[in-house]
Design a protein around this ligand. Sequence first.
Ligand code: HEM
Length: 264
Amino acid sequence: MMNRSILTVVMIGLLVWSCADTAQAAADREKLLKDPGVYGSFAVFKIDGDWWRLDKTTRGSAAAEVKAIFQKHADTVTADTYLLRGLSEKADFFVRVHSMEMLNNQNFLVDLMGTTFGKYIQNTDTFNGITKMANYVPAFPDVLKEAMKTPPDPGPKSYVIVVPIRKDAEWWITAQDGRGTMMKEHADATVTYLKTVKRKLYHSSGLDDLDFITYFETAKLDDFNNLVIGLQRVNENHHNKQFGSPTLLGTIHSLDDILEIFSR
Ligand code: HEM
């Protein structure tokens, strides 16, 4: 009788501990996705033809190895996975990694590339950047500032788009006021799309050959297409020396989904 009570207490304790652990992991993830000063790495991969010729069991155990690497680094990085295969001839998937130290992103990616699966993938592109506080929004008129706070509609956003951007020298030598005026025009052109397009900006100057990595999630690619057409009409666009090249268009999938697709 006594033993059973002890067992029950231990079981409840373990349950509470595991719930607290999950809640902590979710909070850490939320923080990494929101805070400034977080390092983001986008690693893009193409799978070799040889992978698809391996038998299903070998691919299954290689997938389990990949899952273990994600779990091993879960305390230091959050890693999101995206499928490009079918929508791109150049790459099959990419991983977006966030952490408080670029070193953690590197350690995770090196481990991923060291797996059996890693031997069958080529790293076609990597973009690195850091999140920052808004530079121009604080000087926007109140109405626009408020509009920028509009949360995206709830519900799944199946598509991801990543556009690397490099500005020209003229942009960087333009005074803050002048850039602010152009960024206000930029923001004005986006207001219609705030509910359907979710965005995140990474600053890359000096950390990559780029100045910005722009990241978007949406369920409405037609809206995204119109949004970009609108942005190409504003003055700030004259200063985009590189826009895309490559643009990544894919779908958002959990790691389990991605691994299932690659081990079919
Ligand atoms: C709903 C869609 C969008 C909204 C609401 C939006 C809004 C904004 C705002 C408010 C800023 C200024 C941030 C700051 O104060 O530092 C900004 C910066 C920026 N946006 Fe957008 N944007 C959107 C879409 C896009 C798209 C589609 C692109 C290009 C593919 C883009 C490229 C950029 C870049 C490169 C910057 C950084 C400019 C700089 O700091 O010099 N944005 N965006």
